[in-house]
Design a protein around this ligand. Structure first.
Ligand code: AGP
Length: 596
């Protein structure tokens, strides 16, 4: 979703800071981009539809002399992608960039129109600029005008504002959309996410909901929603700028796929007892005491990880678990009490539905635990306890290393809840990176399969038991980046509908571990073959009747989700690469879904 970058200071060229920062936010998904700056008390705006490379062409010959500037990548919500709808939006002396949705923008617009304001764009953001301009006429300060304006807005927002009346001050405020400040010497940065700042500083301050930052070159003042001054903690970021680079890989997604063994090592680190016979998690000892129900709530890939989590926790720890999509959970009036634990899993920690589900769980008195990859993200900060996946920055829109590290956290949680000696399963987990490397070595074989089938218009994925969610995840990956229609199914359900789709044009991707379900999976494959379907089998022993067969290492069952997930990611990646799609920023998708 939209990305915001701001700069105030003289230490760097504002144009470079903005363009560099916006490029680092490209992963969030966008369809237009723009920048604005104040120079000699006059606001200048350059914006356009399309990629940042397009914006770069428009500003190539411009030499910004000002010391205050805002940049934005827009993911269209109100109004189509166009130059006029692109941010920044200026009303009078006020210029605004915004991430989020103003739900009551239509009513606000009508009120403002009655006061004589006219609008150029179809966006809710222009309404924000107008509200602030209107408040500035009577407010005691720039900061108060912004506070008064946001009090009238429903919905979500991260906003950065500048005004020609106060050209040395940038004002930022947020609710339910992320905003982080980067502190430098005699300069200050503002962004929707850390990678946009990392090249310039590792000292950051996270704005909380309703907090406002008034930023000048030398000082930042923070206020709560009533305008009372507050102090904020400065955090040091340990990620390096290089961690958010492609490092020689063609795409972030491919780099992130190959980073998974390391991501597992980092996530496991510090979570085992010294002699590796027990799981030690950084949560309160009594957190799960007297727990009645465990709810796992998430969206997309994180929801698939939660489905695997259910199998793990129920099989290993024999605890009852329910899994919910956050967008359903938040509206289905779940029955929760103080003895329930709600675990919200999110790579970004900013997903609007997951955040709302977490808020609901807290309101209903349940205990809450977040599984997040992004430190100090909204979900991580709101939950009672947090377990971090240490995957490092995940830039590709298609989640890969965040997924497998989430699977690891669920493995650890299941063992933590089991409460009996678990040396063998823990040993298996420590060997996991080695098994993952073995699977990654088969990338070329998987590429050959993709080369043969990338022109197909649909694909079916099937698995059973703990690999059923991996079939769902495989189908999601393929859809997201190759735009091939794909469906994941529990293999036992094939006869109840999807088998009607099978013909000689349909690849059926079968996940076949060497376990109690092997014979049942073989019967399912027979049924596909009988209808001339193309069988692409990922298995732990040879499947002669498959058209293509990738053999994976034989591992204990609780490691299978990891090992079968990797070839699903690679298959989707190579299919998309053959088709030539925009793999890291697929159309219509955003990395961090901060609106409902
Ligand atoms: C994953 O490939 C997707 N891009 C998407 O489904 C994602 O997992 C979902 O939007 C949830 O994001 P989160 O983990 O940041 O909450």
């Amino acid at each position: 979703m939209c990305g915001i970058v701001g700069y105030i200071g003289t230490q760097h060229n504002p144009k470079e800071v903005l363009l560099e920062g916006l490029k680092k936010l490209e992963y969030r998904g966008y369809d237009s981009a723009g920048i604005a700056w104040i120079e000699n008390n006059r606001t200048h705006i350059v914006k356009c539809k399309g990629k940042i490379s397009e914006l770069e062409k428009h500003v190539a010959t411009i030499n910004i002399q000002g010391t205050i500037a805002l940049g934005h990548t827009r993911w269209a919500t109100h109004g189509k992608p166009s130059t006029i709808n692109a941010h920044p939006h200026q009303v009078g002396d006020v210029t605004v960039v915004h991430n989020g949705i103003v739900e009551n923008f239509s009513a606000l617009k009508t009120e403002l129109e009655a006061k004589g304001y006219q609008f150029k764009s179809e966006t809710d953001t222009e309404v924000i600029a107008c509200l602030i301009k209107n408040e500035l006429e009577t407010a005691s300060s720039f900061e108060n005008a912004v506070l008064c304006a946001v009090k009238q807005m429903n919905g979500s927002y991260a906003i950065a504002v500048m005004s020609e009346r106060k050209p040395g001050t940038l004002v930022a405020v947020k609710k339910a959309s992320p905003l982080v400040l980067g502190l430098g010497k005699k300069e200050c940065f503002l962004a929707s996410d850390i990678p946009a700042l990392l090249k310039f500083t590792n000292q950051v301050v996270y704005l909380e909901d309703y907090e406002l930052a008034s930023i000048t070159e030398n000082r930042v003042s923070y206020y709560d929603k009533n305008g009372t001054a507050i102090s904020k903690q400065v955090h040091k970021i340990t990620w390096t700028a290089q961690m958010a680079e492609k490092g020689g890989f063609e795409h972030f997604m491919l780099k992130e796929i190959f980073e998974q063994p390391q991501a597992i090592i980092h996530t496991l680190s510090g979570k085992l007892s010294p002699n590796q016979d027990a799981v030690e998690l950084p949560i309160h000892n009594d957190f799960f005491k007297n727990t009645t129900n465990i709810y796992l709530v998430a969206c997309g890939t994180a929801w698939h990880a939660s489905l695997v989590g259910k199998y793990l926790i129920e099989k290993i720890a024999r605890r009852r678990v329910e899994v919910d999509l956050a967008s359903e959970f938040r509206y289905r009036h779940p029955i929760l009490s103080k003895n329930d634990v709600v675990i919200v899993t999110s790579q970004s920690g900013e997903t609007a539905d997951s955040l709302a589900a977490l808020q609901l769980a807290k309101e209903k008195g349940a205990k809450t635990l977040a599984i997040c990859n992004v430190k100090e993200s909204s979900i991580a900060r709101l939950a009672d306890e947090v377990l971090y996946t240490e995957a490092g920055p995940e830039i590709g829109v298609a989640s890969t290393k965040a997924f497998t590290t989430q699977l690891l956290i669920f493995n650890l949680l299941a063992l933590y809840l089991e409460n009996t000696p678990q040396k063998e399963k823990i040993l298996n987990l420590t060997r996991l990176p080695f098994f993952m490397e073995q699977v990654l070595h088969q990338a070329e074989e998987i590429k050959k399969i993709a080369t043969k089938h990338y022109k197909k218009i649909a694909a079916l994925y099937m698995g059973r038991d703990i690999l059923y969610p991996i079939a769902l995840e495989g189908a999601l990956k393929l859809k997201e980046i190759s735009y091939i229609h794909a469906h994941g199914y529990p293999a036992g359900e094939m006869k109840h509908g999807p088998i009607a789709l099978v013909d000689s044009n349909l690849p059926v991707i079968a996940l076949i571990p060497d376990d109690d379900f092997f014979d049942k999976m073989m019967s399912n494959i027979e049924e596909v073959r009988a209808r001339e379907g193309i069988v692409i089998a990922f298995s732990q022993r040879p499947i002669p009747m498959a058209h293509h067969n990738i053999i994976l290492p034989l591992t204990p069952w609780h490691l299978n989700p990891f090992l079968f997930a990797l070839p699903m990611q690679l298959l989707a990646y190579y299919m998309a690469r053959c088709k030539g799609t925009d793999i890291d920023q697929p159309k219509n998708l955003a990395k961090s879904v901060t609106v409902e």
